[in-house]
Design a protein. Structure first.
Length: 677
């Protein structure tokens, strides 16, 4: 294990951004980053295995505290489409299905309403950390403008309900319902889906949209089951105990000693409200988050009134383009996420062919400058120097999800708040009375787990339903040696199944951009399948192989950077990414904008390249007949009193998948009398 190096002196930490390189030593910073990573890996070398699965002994942490469960009779139905998940991903897809005229569908979710992440994560202070104008989906379609730059959880949850009402999804929803088994029946070419309510749903097409962060996890700490006080996970906040609501006012904690384990994105938002309410608050930290300024503000009504059609898609694309280093574009969002691009623009940095090594060096320099500013902010805001230094993040900003908040750091200036820094080791154990760190017991009345969600575990474990395709093969077993898909959606041997997730897809900071692209794409595809009588579609073997190889290749560079990072869910708690199996679970290397363009171009091409389709007669479906394949075309002349037939050279017409002419030939009607292919 590398030696822990001393922190830099305060004088070496810049407090404002300048056009000149800040006075830091890159060699020192790299060494400090490595030291902080190594001591955490030494303390918890087991990676993801350090966490406890929440099912079984800890099922109580999964109970819905927000909506009473209503009993109902089991349902048996035949459907065209079933969406598993009612969060933003499921809503984006279901909305586009409705627009495409696909009414015979259901959406099921274990929650009591639409919302997904925002249904469950109602902890005080919860808000989007991406600008709400680009994060909240379908704003133009629903005619809604968020109330502030970073909308809070109640508004985000209300918007999910708004989408549900606007697209008529409530009549199609089954809430407090979990899929248990998804089994492909090749005799009828349908998925047989059973639920915990005794339902049997026979669906032509199924999309799993359970979200990437949906299964809470707990730390694998000795004694975790022994604490006798009140306890809960942040994704199941107990307002019956704490009082208050999503905006704070936790009156029930005024005489309570409260502990919160975790200092990630959730804790950064919840701690200020706990600090304001609790008699005493102990924040147990393994790794500090990078916490930049949020600068939230109400929506300017004049700006909102000036918006023109297509504004949200343009703003979404602009955000990701600037985030990806497009220094020649105007930064419409202008927040902490796009600070890199602003630094690069200020320093005249441009990216070009064959310049990756130089560009990577400049990116590292930009990252160091930004992180020095963030570390300097700790000293500016937190009055106790030791606490301020413990809150300093020593890693590249993208090693963990960046946080932005204006009250988190200031919370540690309250005399009632104590930061318990575990120096990268995590808490030692949990007792009946509280939490032990480095031999000291902190007695508590309430213990809150802000420990996040499962990432990198088997898909069935996170989604909590089993998927079995042709021959009874489980999806998890099919992916045991590495994920295999086409476009992130389709897995061979699992016909008519669409995986809506980050896996091998165009994921980036704004998750919703990808969800919108996926929803548009799948609705377009399914509409055409239903129109043509397709009963089965799946990825071709070669296409799936080629796509997965491209994903693996695209992960080499990012895997190297992640290997240098401190442990976190981005790098599966420090799990080595040095084999193709691990890399296959990565995302599309070209980025979210390139991924969306790829899907659009694929649709425009129209030949459904890479997919195999079968109709109800068991025949292969051909989607596009190229001109070169057309031997003879007879058409009827237009405008004649007497219908005349004429033979036309094949190169003068183009036919579509229905063998209809789609390009007019002068003087001819759009009707084909005979086509020889």
């Amino acid at each position: 294990m590398a030696a822990v190096l001393p922190p830099q002196t305060p004088a070496a930490i810049p407090t404002t951004a300048t056009k000149d390189p800040p006075p830091f030593d890159p060699t020192f910073i790299r060494a400090r980053y490595a030291a902080e990573r190594d001591k955490r890996l030494a303390a918890r070398p087991e990676g993801n295995a350090q966490y406890k699965a929440i099912h079984g002994l800890f099922d109580a942490y999964l109970v819905d505290p927000y909506t009473p469960r209503t009993e109902r009779d089991p349902i048996s139905e035949d459907l065209d489409f079933l969406v598993l998940g009612g969060g933003y991903g499921g809503l984006c897809l279901a909305a586009r299905l409705v627009e495409a005229g696909i009414a015979d569908m259901r959406v099921i979710d274990k929650a009591g309403d639409f919302g997904g992440t925002w249904y469950w994560n109602r902890y005080p202070g919860a808000a989007c950390d991406i600008e709400s104008y680009v994060y909240m989906p379908l704003l133009e379609e629903t005619g809604y403008i968020p109330s502030e730059k970073y909308a809070k959880a109640p508004e985000l949850l209300a918007h999910a309900a708004r989408i549900g009402r606007h697209f008529g999804l409530y009549s199609r929803a089954l809430f407090h319902t979990e899929g248990r088994d998804l089994v492909w029946d090749s005799d009828i070419s349908r998925w047989i889906v059973t639920t915990d309510r005794g339902d049997t749903l026979r669906a032509r097409f199924v999309a799993t949209a359970s979200g990437p962060l949906n299964m809470p996890k707990l730390p694998g700490v000795p004694g975790i089951e022994s604490f006798a006080g009140h306890k809960f996970h942040t994704s199941r906040w107990d307002y019956g105990y704490t009082g208050g609501d999503g905006y704070g006012n936790l009156e029930g904690l005024k005489d309570k000693r409260v502990g919160i384990i975790g200092t990630g994105a959730t804790a950064v938002q919840a701690v200020p409200h706990l600090a304001a309410a609790a008699k005493e608050l102990f924040v147990f930290q393994r790794t500090p988050s990078s916490v930049g300024e949020r600068n939230n503000r109400p929506t300017d009504p004049e700006w909102a009134a000036s918006l023109t059609s297509g504004w949200q898609r343009r703003r979404m694309d602009n955000f990701l383009s600037v985030l990806g280093g497009a220094v020649d574009q105007e930064d419409l969002v202008g927040d902490g996420w796009t600070a890199f691009a602003r630094w690069m623009r200020e320093h005249g940095v441009k990216r070009g062919p064959g310049m990756w090594a130089q560009y990577a060096t400049l990116l590292e320099q930009a990252d160091m400058a930004n992180m020095e500013k963030i570390r300097g902010r700790c000293l500016q805001v937190v009055r106790d120097e030791a606490t301020a230094r413990s809150l300093m993040p020593w890693y590249r900003q993208w090693c963990k999800r960046p946080c932005f908040h204006d009250e988190f750091l200031a919370s540690f200036n309250r005399p009632s708040v104590t930061l318990v820094d575990t120096d990268g080791r995590g808490v030692d154990r949990i007792t009946e009375k509280g939490v032990v760190v480095q031999g000291k017991e902190y007695e508590l009345d309430c213990l809150i787990y802000a420990t996040g969600f499962e990432v990198g575990t088997r898909y069935e474990q996170r989604s909590h339903f089993a998927i079995r395709g042709e021959g009874g093969v489980a999806l998890g077993d099919y992916w045991a040696d590495g994920a295999k898909t086409l476009q992130g959606f389709y897995a061979r041997g699992f016909p008519n199944l669409f995986v809506v997730s980050t896996l091998q897809s165009g994921y980036a900071a704004n998750f919703v951009h990808m969800l919108e692209a996926q929803g548009r794409h799948l609705a377009w595809l399914v509409r055409r399948c239903l129109d043509r009588g397709v009963v089965r579609l799946e990825a071709g073997a070669e296409a799936e192989k080629a796509w997965t190889e491209g994903i693996v290749k695209g992960q080499y560079r990012s895997a190297k950077i992640q290997a240098e990072c401190t442990p976190g869910y981005y790098n599966l708690e420090g799990t080595k990414q040095d084999d193709d199996r691990q890399r296959s679970f990565g995302n599309f290397g070209g980025g979210p904008l390139a991924f969306a363009r790829l899907l659009e171009e694929w649709r425009a091409k129209g030949d459904m390249e890479g997919l195999e389709f079968t109709d109800g007669e068991g025949e292969r479906v051909v989607w596009k007949v190229e001109n070169a394949e057309v031997e003879k075309v007879e058409v009827e002349k237009a405008g004649a009193e007497k219908v005349e037939k004429a033979e036309v050279e094949p190169e003068k017409v183009r036919v579509d998948e229905k063998l209809d002419i789609v390009e007019k030939v002068p003087g001819l009607a759009l009707k084909i009398d005979e086509v020889t292919v």
